[in-house]
Design a protein around this ligand. Structure first.
Ligand SMILES: Cc1ncc(COP(=O)(O)O)c(C=O)c1O
Length: 441
């Protein structure tokens, strides 16, 4: 598309945007009665207008039915899902999640929080084999973890924890020996798929698992998950992705790509509220393997859960990784927000997203002081652009905030802006360029 840096051009794109009406489904934060230009969906998505009613419905059920809410749904007046008890509530999120993730419903389950799920999945999929005969670790075999250097801290800490608990004490191995960290290329500061593939091939004999983000939180780079999963499969190594920044943002085909496992959060592009429920994906090929796991009663076979019998029998599919009684208010917010994404459809969202982010890149281009860290190839990015502003970055960020443009700041000199196709407009993006021209004038 050929862009123009004028307000009238931006407004004409908005008029012709086939999914523009989805903006009306959200509360746009305001200041002094004016809507803010909210470009922070990469951190916390906006509140769907349906959220309050969805929450109230569950409060009403609780008020009227008490514990019977787990089994009775007679008072439900909410859209579409009436008849669903709290017992089966998680299942009502599966269709939308499957659509968004490119997964089978049995492969996904909303549950817990993201970091909790990283640990649960690593407990199952990181199966290090150590030969302890020597006691020195010299006979250690498949125990290494491949990851991306500088991935989100929670991911790093989770990996460290598993190594510390499960490898280091018995093997005498050093933490650093067990991590293979892929570094960014010096030429472009990006992670190259070929470097990952080469490392997988080179370390195949000692690699136990690959765990990495699908979309880098800092640079906004999307990794080629299909190619990485394919290479991992060739060498028989399990691969999992942290999809916090990818879900609802970029097209995903987890089932077809043969990804082994994944988790995400729903408070960013899925707009399910601060600290909202996370979820997991476990590929069908693992469902009958009776994988070891950190089990809890909610992951027990649903038809027998209340028999309270000893000996864990996992529910089929991803549901078998649940631990605890689900948080129904959180699921209510999640379900109503998911419906919006599903209704808009990932294809339409992605089409708009590419144009919207392309437009942001275009309006930023004249400003030499602003370097875009995110790849310019649309296949290697979602909606977020990360701007490196070496001199006066903090001042620029404060200026934008004063102008009602909400992004976020990452130390030491990065501003992240994420025009989100569900509720941002081309005019929002044009206004960013307009503010920058005043700042740099
Ligand atoms: C990529 C990534 N991983 C993990 C986390 C941690 O998520 P939580 O605090 O919900 O466990 C975040 C939080 O923003 C994230 O962006």
């Amino acid at each position: 598309m050929t862009y123009e840096n004028t307000l009238s051009f931006a407004q004409s794109l908005d008029r012709n945007d086939p999914i523009r009406h989805f903006r009306d489904r959200f509360h746009i934060p305001q200041r002094d009665g004016q809507p803010l230009i909210y470009l922070c969906g990469n951190s916390l998505g906006l509140q769907p207008k349906s959220a309050r009613a969805a929450l109230e419905q569950e409060l009403t059920t609780w008020q009227n039915l008490g514990v019977e809410g787990w089994f009775d749904r007679s008072d439900d007046i909410s859209e579409g899902e009436s008849g669903q008890t709290w017992l089966g509530y998680h299942a009502t999120c599966k269709e939308a999640l499957s659509h968004i993730l490119g997964a089978e419903p049995a492969e996904v389950c909303p549950m817990n929080a993201l970091t909790v799920n990283i640990h649960l999945l690593l407990a199952s999929f990181y199966r290090p084999h150590l030969d302890n005969r020597t006691g020195s670790g010299s006979g250690a075999r498949k125990y290494k973890i491949l990851t991306i250097i500088g991935d989100f801290p929670s991911d790093q800490y989770a990996l460290e924890t598993h190594l510390k608990h499960r490898i280091c004490p018995t093997s005498g191995l050093n933490l650093r020996d067990a991590l293979i960290e892929i570094e960014a290329h010096p030429d472009d500061g990006l992670i190259h798929t070929t470097d990952i593939q080469r490392a997988i091939a080179e370390h195949a004999n000692e690699l136990a698992v690959i765990w990495m983000s699908g979309l880098n939180y800092y640079t906004g780079q999307v990794y080629n998950m299909a190619a990485i999963a394919e290479t991992a499969r060739q060498y028989g190594i399990a691969v999992g992705f942290d999809l916090a920044h990818a879900i609802g943002n970029v097209p995903l085909r987890l089932h077809d790509w043969g990804v082994d496992f994944a988790t995400w959060c729903s408070y960013k592009y899925l707009n399910s509220g601060p600290g909202a429920v996370s979820g997991i994906f476990v590929h069908q090929k693992h469902h009958d393997r009776n994988l070891p796991r950190l089990a809890g009663w909610w992951g027990y076979r649903e038809d027998k859960r209340f028999e309270m019998a000893p000996g864990f029998l996992p529910a089929p599919g991803a549901d078998g990784w649940q631990l605890s009684t689900p948080n129904i208010p959180a699921l209510a917010l999640h379900r109503t927000a998911l419906k919006i994404t599903q209704e808009a459809g990932m294809t339409a969202l992605r089409q708009k997203s590419e144009q919207l982010t392309g437009y942001l890149e275009y309006v930023l281009a004249p400003f030499d002081a602003v370097q875009i860290l995110t790849p310019d190839d649309p296949n290697q990015r979602g909606c977020q652009l990360s701007l490196l502003v070496r001199k006066g970055g903090r001042d620029l960020f404060s200026y934008l905030t004063k102008q009602g443009i909400i992004g976020d700041w990452r130390e030491p000199d990065c501003i992240r802006l994420a025009p989100t196709p569900l509720y941002n407009t081309y005019e929002d993006v044009w206004r960013v360029g307009d503010a920058l021209s005043r700042f740099f004038a």
